[in-house]
Design a protein around this ligand. Sequence first.
Ligand code: PEP
Length: 252
Amino acid sequence: MRQLIAGNWKMNMRLEDGAALAAKLRRAADGLACDVLICPPATLLLTLSATLIGSPVAIGAQDCHAKPSGAHTGDLSAPQIRDAGATYVILGHSERRADHAESDAVVHAKVQAAVAAGLTPIVCVGETEAQRLAGAQNEVVGAQLTASLPPDFQGVVAYEPVWAIGTGRTPSEADVAAMHGFIRQTLVSHLGAAGQGMRILYGGSVKPSNAASLMALPEVGGALIGGASLVAEDFLAIAHASDAVARATSPR
Ligand code: PEP
């Protein structure tokens, strides 16, 4: 399966610089052997989805509410996000789990809302540094997966160790491979055959200098990228690393 290279812009970019970045990506993403996605702030979804129409760059949101409509001031529903042109939505990012006290049950409800609206959810899981130091990473990630993903889940999972996000630190290649193998096993036991081909992204300080080695690891189905997705050259260098992995491994 093609890898997915996804940029999470978080609460960065306004209209002018966001449009300029999307236009650069639009021009450069043609012909890559990976899928490319940007998740800008919700205020830019409608404009950028128009900019990207007909291009290989997909657009996604960073969150949605679990209800399709109602008295939820300041929130956006999955159908509203779909109307704005998004086809993906990031759910359960560690910053939302921390800043908005999102539990696995909340993420589970949002996943169902996203799928019902025709969005592909990217569900984030990952351990804190204290949990890794205690050797509890599999227990934590396994519990997040089984509680956040409905048994008929269709979408993408992103493994994002909390301590690697925005810190410049990454787990060792062996640790990333071990965790992705564990996530694959958990997906298959939780979801059956559907868990076999599901993309598992790695996220946490992915940059041009480490992308080639991370994207070549077994069971890594792409990357979720924060900081480096805000610079066209860096994001594209990561996409090119994925493209090179795909070309090196595809049968001639
Ligand atoms: C993220 O927040 O999803 C992320 C991976 O951020 P960064 O690439 O900046 O570590």
